[in-house]
Each structure stands twice: as structure tokens, then as C-alpha cells.
Design a protein around this ligand. Structure first.
Ligand code: HEM
Length: 461
């Protein structure tokens, strides 16, 4: 026995079913906890083939096959009708759901606004909003355990909204939050008919989604109109200024008012809950693994994380970043990337017929027994500079290929800075022993809002 072998925290996970699910149990699992749609063997195999209602379903783990779907033959794979049906009412014709030439035009035009050189603008908004939240948390923590999930959800939406519309948030922030929460609570969840009917056949829930869309569009248009009345002062203040000035580098085309609105909605929706959950899981893991928390605390001690210094501080946060990456491995917020095959293809020697549902699951892939050593253990060391790089198609919390997350840099900047600021200020501990299990409905959330103790660092030493 190697007495020096480090012992890692192994967080609990929901049990995987012993065998493939029936259609009924599959549909129930999608609604309640999609992490349980994959049986034990999914974490060991290259491809899992199933079928439901005459439609082939493939889960692919083989790197070559993933490369084929997301990179080499990407034109053959479109968004699924369930994705379109559920998200169209809130993101409209923005980048997330567009396809073909329209998607290329949008991606080229938006990319510079989210390029690494924009990090200082984002870092400033992140640090400012986090400073405000830390003050509120300090007051709440003095009274007892705090609901960290609610705090990071509030913060991530605040950061997304301020990074898009810094000027207007005082006036519109509360209403914006209300819209997003209303959509997420009901209309944004998948129902049986969403999964079974083609997008062209509306359900009653779709009618409610259409009503929501009319109100949402009017609201976003109002914010944009207010913003256009506030003249720019040269330097871009936020993503709105950048997207307003953005031009397609090939055609010189600018976004229309409607396109601008759908892009802003897309960024807010795609970006805030995913980043909030990354933060929740990172804090949960650090609370459960005191040695790793101390390592982050040592790294951030004395680092200037004030709004004007935050962007430069990022280079000093190697371990904090490794914790974020490892949290994204164990709890990828986007637990599945789904595509529909437009035409027939072959994936890892398996036929993918036209219309097949092809799934790549960062959740399965990043805990696959053949791709990872101790796949369920929390070990940020995997992501330090001296560790071997994970296979490109074994770790993909942000997807891969041309449709890779355009906000990845934004999300990583935000997650690292907020985590660093939290641990610099507080010692974080779970307030009860109830296990926290991941539950995936649209994104990978905790099954309950676990209470945390936050002790100011100066007092805890
Ligand atoms: C930890 C946080 C995040 C995670 C885990 C995440 C994950 C992903 C994944 C897996 C995809 C690819 C989906 C696919 O191929 O079907 C994606 C796409 C996208 N993400 Fe993110 N995302 C995060 C944060 C953000 C942020 C902060 C923004 C905006 C500022 C954003 C905007 C988008 C957009 C617009 C797309 C669609 C890109 C396209 O289709 O060209 N995401 N994201």
C-alpha cells in the first residue's frame, strides 16, 4: 500500500440504473433528473444505442465520433426540435438557435465582443457586483447559515445583466429578474410533448410560451430604446455598446434592432445559470475538501481583487482556476449536448440514421472510466500546468468545434474571480451533513439549497 497516496474527496452522485430504461422511465427521468437516463454501462462504453418511438438514440463517448459530430461533419447535425421549442420564446433568433449562413454571420459579428481582450471590462463588472454581494453575505452570515445557491444565482444574473446593460440595471433589474425566473420555473422546463412532437406542432404550453415571448420582446425593446437615448462616450461600457458597434468582418453588416435584442437575451439566458451553478459546485467542493480550500485561500491571500486590478489578478489564480475546471468536470452545468442527424452518418462504426438523436454528455464523458483516473474524485491537480492535458474530446464543459460556447472566457473569468473573492473573505463550510446530489433538468443543479456557514477569514484563523 502506498501510504503517501493522497486521499481525495469523492462527492456522492445519484445511482445509475443497472440497465437501459424503458421509454416511460426515460421520459420521467428527463423531467426529474436526466443524469439517471444513462445506465452504468454508459460510463464504460464508446457508444450506447437505443431507440424510442421509431427514432434511434445514440450516446457517444468515443473521441473520434465526437469529433465527427461537432467538428468534421457538423453541417449534418442540427439543434433538436425540443431545444428549439423550449428556448425559442426567450432567445428568439439569436446565436444559440440559428443555423447555417445566418449562424456564421452572427458568430463572426459577436466573436470580437467576447474575445479575451474584453476580459478587463467583464472583470470590472464581476468584481464590483461581487463586492456588493460579499457585504450582504457578511451581514447575513453573522445571523446564521446562508443559502449560497440563491446568492450565486442572484449574483450571476446581476453580473450578466450589468455586463450587457450596465446603465439600465437600476431601472430594469428587478423586472428582468422576474422575467427570467418566471421562464425558468415553468416554461423553460421540458415536458413530455416537448420531447415527442415536432417543433411545428404547438402544445398548450407553447401558447403560454408565445404569450411570454410577446411580453419579453416588448420589455427587452424598451431597455434597448432607453439605452439608445443615452449617447455612447467613446469607450465601450458593456456588451451592448460592443454589439451595437459590431460589424460582420466579411460583409460589414451590423445587427438590426431585433437581432441585437435576441443576442442580448441569448447571452443573459445562456450565461447566468450555468455560471451560477459552476460557482455553487466549486464552493460545495471546497467546503467538503478543507485542504483544497486552504490552498485556494493561500493563493488569494494578499492578491488585489479590486475592480480595477481584477483582470490582472487572474494570472495569479492557477489553483483557483484548477478548482473551477475540476468543478466543471464533476458537475458540468450543460450535462448534455444534443443534436439531430439531418442525413445518415456512421459514428464509431455504428449507423446514425437520418433523424437520429445524437447525444454527447459532458456528465458521462467526464466521469468515463476509460478516460479518467478516479473519475468520481475531486482532484483539482488534474488541471495544474504540470499534469498531463486531458484528451480534447474527454473534457468539454463548453462543447467543442465551431459551436463551442462563445461565453467560455466570460464564464471562466467570472467563476475564478468570484471564487477567489469568496475564499479571500470567508472560510466556507457546509452547515449540515445532508448529502448534496446533482439533479439535471436543463442544467446540473443541486437537489436542495444546502445551507453554508461563512466565517470571515480573519476570525477563522
Ligand atoms: C460555466 C458556464 C457555461 C457553460 C458550462 C456553458 C456551456 C455551453 C455549451 C456546452 C455550449 C455548446 C452547446 C452546443 O454545442 O450545443 C454553449 C454554447 C453557447 N453559450 Fe455557453 N456556457 C456557459 C457560459 C456562457 C456565457 C457566460 C455566455 C454568454 C456570455 C454563453 C453563451 C453561449 C452561446 C451564445 C452559445 C451558443 C454558441 C453557438 O451556437 O455558436 N455561455 N455553452
Amino acid at each position: 500500500m502506498n501510504v503517501h497516496a493522497p486521499s481525495f474527496f469523492v462527492p456522492p452522485r445519484p445511482p445509475a440504473p443497472a440497465e437501459e430504461l424503458s421509454l416511460y422511465r426515460f421520459l420521467v427521468a428527463v423531467r426529474t433528473n436526466a443524469l439517471q437516463i444513462w445506465s452504468k454501462s454508459a460510463y464504460e462504453q464508446d457508444v450506447v444505442v437505443g431507440s424510442a418511438l421509431g427514432r434511434t438514440r445514440l450516446l457517444i463517448n468515443a473521441p473520434d465520433a465526437i469529433h465527427r459530430v461537432l467538428v468534421e461533419n457538423t453541417a449534418n447535425y442540427s439543434r433538436t426540435s425540443a431545444t428549439i421549442r423550449i428556448l425559442r420564446p426567450i432567445v428568439g433568433k439569436g446565436l444559440l438557435l440559428s443555423e447555417g449562413e445566418e449562424w456564421r454571420h452572427q458568430r463572426r459579428t459577436i466573436a470580437p465582443a467576447l474575445a479575451p481582450r474584453v476580459v478587463p471590462v467583464i472583470a470590472r463588472h464581476v468584481a464590483l457586483a461581487t463586492e456588493e454581494m460579499l457585504a450582504q453575505l457578511a451581514a447575513a452570515a453573522a445571523r446564521g447559515p446562508v443559502d449560497i445557491l440563491a446568492a450565486v444565482q442572484f449574483l450571476a444574473l446581476e453580473i450578466a445583466a450589468r455586463s450587457m446593460f450596465s446603465l439600465e440595471m437600476r431601472q430594469y433589474g428587478v423586472a428582468l429578474r422576474r422575467f427570467i425566473t418566471r421562464f425558468a420555473a415553468k416554461l423553460g422546463r421540458p415536458y413530455f410533448l416537448d420531447l415527442m412532437l415536432p417543433a411545428a406542432i404547438p402544445t398548450l404550453r407553447d401558447l403560454a410560451r408565445m404569450r411570454f415571448r410577446a411580453q419579453w420582446v416588448a420589455f427587452m425593446d424598451e431597455i434597448i430604446a432607453a439605452r439608445l437615448r443615452a449617447p455612447a462616450q467613446g469607450k465601450p461600457r458593456d456588451l451592448f455598446d460592443m454589439l451595437l458597434a459590431a460589424r460582420d468582418p466579411e460583409t460589414g453588416e451590423a445587427f438590426s434592432r431585433a437581432q441585437l435584442r435576441d443576442q442580448m437575451a441569448t447571452m443573459i439566458v445562456a450565461g447566468h445559470e450555468t455560471t451560477a451553478l459552476t460557482l455553487f459546485w466549486a464552493l460545495y467542493l471546497l467546503a467538503s475538501s478543507p485542504a483544497d480550500q486552504e490552498r485556494v485561500a493561500n493563493e488569494v491571500r494578499g492578491v488585489d481583487l479590486a475592480p480595477d486590478a481584477a483582470a490582472d489578478a487572474l494570472t495569479k489564480l492557477a489553483y483557483t482556476k484548477a478548482v473551477v475546471n475540476e468543478s466543471l468536470r464533476l458537475y458540468p452545468p450543460a450535462f448534455a449536448i444534443a443534436r439531430m442527424a439531418i442525413g445518415p452518418d456512421r459514428l464509431a462504426d455504428v449507423a446514425a440514421p437520418r433523424g437520429a438523436l445524437v447525444m454527447i454528455s459532458p456528465w458521462v464523458l467526464q466521469r468515463h472510466v476509460r478516460l479518467w483516473k478516479d473519475p468520481d474524485a475531486f482532484n483539482p491537480g488534474r488541471f495544474l500546468a504540470d499534469a498531463p492535458l486531458p484528451h480534447r474530446f474527454a473534457y468539454m464543459p463548453f462543447g467543442a468545434g465551431p459551436r463551442i460556447c462563445i461565453g467560455a472566457q466570460f464564464a471562466l473569468t467570472e467563476a475564478c474571480l468570484v471564487l477567489a473573492m469568496m475564499v479571500q473573505r470567508f472560510h466556507v463550510a457546509l452547515a449540515d451533513a445532508r448529502p448534496v446530489l446533482p439533479r439535471a433538468v436543463i442544467v446540473t443543479q443541486p437537489d436542495h439549497a444546502a445551507p453554508f456557514w461563512l466565517r470571515p477569514r480573519s476570525e477563522s484563523r
